[in-house]
Design a protein around this ligand. Structure first.
Ligand SMILES: [Zn+2]
Length: 326
């Protein structure tokens, strides 16, 4: 696979991971952007080792760790998560790794949203996969205690039914952040930013398990973890509208929502107010997230999506942008 952009940050003029991405992803170790096995070989290894496959949503994830400067499959002590092309009934699934990679890069590079470190990597047969570094692994077998909001609220399929990840609102998550996170004024702006981002980039699957807190073992308080699993789901689930969760915990609707049945800027203003974010701050965040269009367009054009998907991605972004600028 011959490249002309860094498969980490999408900077031009690189044939593999650039120095900065090599440092971020692999602590400076020179790791090839091509794995030394094909996808079918890889699946076979998984079958043979009888490793437990963890299936989250539509994706099968594999754990990897660096052994002698190569990424190897592992059952224990994984440092990376590899997400190959998923299977299922959704459309354009072979573009999922490129979509997730692009969306994560836009969040981080354009809007300063702290995300899990990630990149594109290839199987030996050129098939694309998404690789992300586990942020809960801090050193040789050291782990940070991480809990997602399904765990924090004690919701499982057994206790709350099949829809347990979706029967909630973004406002209720904010209330929990207020309850647990002592740095609430700072952390809640990060949360507001990413909820807004998810709407702008049509991430329609941002549910309870896609937000997590780290527990500070020394002081017992909590902080938001980096964000993960950000992707434009409208490319794969074309009829999807809106968001995974409702914004508000009650039946409240803004006048604009009543008129158009979709979220626009006034809904996010109301949301920010309920989160107790100051007017000057939420206006700044709204302006920032709906600005920087040129940078977004550049990253889309340099991404690993095919041309058709690039144009679909851009269209969906421009459509939501129109709503948020209203
Ligand atoms: Zn790079």
């Amino acid at each position: 696979m011959k490249l002309n952009v860094c498969p980490g940050c999408l900077s031009e003029g690189f044939e593999t991971y650039c120095v900065k991405c090599t440092k971020l992803l692999f602590d400076g170790k020179k790791i090839s952007h091509i794995l030394n096995f094909t996808r079918p070989e890889f699946n076979k290894i998984k079958m043979d080792s009888k490793a437990r496959l963890s299936i989250s949503g539509i994706q099968i994830k594999h754990s990897l760790r660096i052994i002698e400067n190569e990424l190897k499959l592992t059952e224990r002590g994984g440092q990376f998560i590899l997400k190959p092309i998923p299977s299922g009934q959704f459309t354009n699934l072979y573009q999922v790794p490129a979509n997730e990679h692009l969306t994560m890069q836009i969040a981080n590079q354009v809007y300063n949203i702290k995300t899990a470190v990630n990149g594109i990597i290839f199987f030996l047969d050129d098939e694309t996969a998404y690789i992300t570094r586990r942020f809960d692994v801090t050193g040789e077998d050291k782990r940070l205690l991480q809990e997602d909001f399904a765990q924090i609220t004690g919701r499982t399929e057994e206790t709350h039914g099949k829809n347990y990840k979706y029967d909630f609102s973004y406002e209720e998550i904010a209330n929990l952040i207020k309850k647990y996170v002592s740095a609430y004024p700072i952390e809640i702006e990060k949360y507001f930013r990413v909820v807004l981002f998810n709407y702008l980039f049509s991430n329609g699957d941002s549910h309870l398990k896609n937000f997590s807190l780290f527990r500070n073992q020394k002081y017992g308080d909590y902080l938001l973890t980096p964000f993960y699993d950000l992707l434009n789901t409208s490319l794969h689930v074309p009829n999807e509208t809106g968001m995974a969760l409702e914004l508000f915990k009650d039946e409240f609707q803004t006048e604009a929502f009543k008129a158009g049945s979709k979220y626009t800027r006034p809904d996010f203003v109301e949301f920010a107010k309920r989160l107790e974010i100051k007017e000057i701050r939420y206006n700044r965040i709204l302006d920032e997230i709906t600005g920087k269009t040129k940078k977004v367009e550049e990253l889309i054009s340099r991404s690993f999506l095919n041309d058709n998907m690039k144009s679909e991605y851009l269209k969906s972004y421009q459509n939501r942008l129109g709503r948020l600028r209203f």
